[in-house]
Design a protein around this ligand. Structure first.
Ligand code: PRP
Length: 219
């Protein structure tokens, strides 16, 4: 078997991984021990299936690896899928993990007197410029987006932008930074994603794994 024959599964680093791994294991895939070793610098891991490898990448990059066919399967939030809107990705299964929402937030003192239905032009710091622009354009609001890759919550207090669009889960990060959620753009969960071309060239194998994940979710 060559490296190209291997089935590659892309998993997101960070919080979602803790929720994803029980499903991956219930689907019958067990990575090599280095996967759970925090000191390991490995990025590609063998599994109990000689023909399956797992890669661990940033959540946004899971979608890119799968869209370009560098990975065949992956786990990605619909926030990431909405931002990239890759036609090459098929998302057959909502895994019901990573539940949160993509929301607009602004400083608490501003939120008290603000009315989102009256906005016409807003400046927003976000990791999601495409989703944000489209969401507001649909109701005639011009959203000028400044792209950040993290720590969005700092932007209003430092005068970079008055508002942010970011993921909200417990809401603790907003509270800690003096911000209030004022509008929800989307409810977010993680999906099993598949490269469409791979599904055509390896239909039995990939359908089998989609089924295994479906059963893992149901159990
Ligand atoms: C996410 C998100 C918020 C935070 C929200 O960041 O960007 O900052 O979680 O969670 P909460 O509502 O429970 O406080 P994460 O910690 O995943 O790191 P990131 O900034 O690198 O994406």
């Amino acid at each position: 078997m060559t490296l190209q024959d291997k089935l590659v599964i892309a998993l997101p680093k960070g919080r979602i991984l803790d929720e994803a791994m029980p499903l991956v294991r219930a689907a019958g895939i067990e990575p090599e021990p280095a996967f759970d070793d925090p000191k390991s610098r490995l990025l590609r891991f063998a599994t109990n299936h000689p023909h399956i490898d797992i890669i661990r990448v940033r959540s946004f990059d899971v979608a890119t690896f799968v869209a370009f066919g560098a990975a065949h399967l992956g786990i990605a939030g619909n926030d990431v899928l909405m931002e990239f809107d890759y036609p090459e990705i098929y998302a057959p299964l909502d895994l019901g993990i990573g539940k949160c929402r993509l929301s607009v937030a602004e400083p608490v003192e501003m939120a008290e007197a603000d009315d989102p239905t009256r906005w016409s032009h807003i400046r927003i710091a976000t990791k999601y410029p495409e989703v944000t622009r489209k969401h507001f354009a649909a109701r005639g609001v011009q959203a000028e987006c400044v792209k950040l890759n993290g720590a969005m919550e700092l932007a209003p207090s430092l005068g970079l932008c008055t508002r942010i669009v970011d993921l909200v889960s417990s809401g603790a990060t907003l509270v800690a930074n003096g911000l209030k959620e004022v509008e929800v753009l989307a409810e977010v969960t993680s999906r099993l994603i598949v490269n469409r071309a791979a599904l055509k060239t390896r239909p039995d194998e990939l359908s089998g794994w989609i089924d295994a994940f479906r059963k893992a979710c149901a159990s």
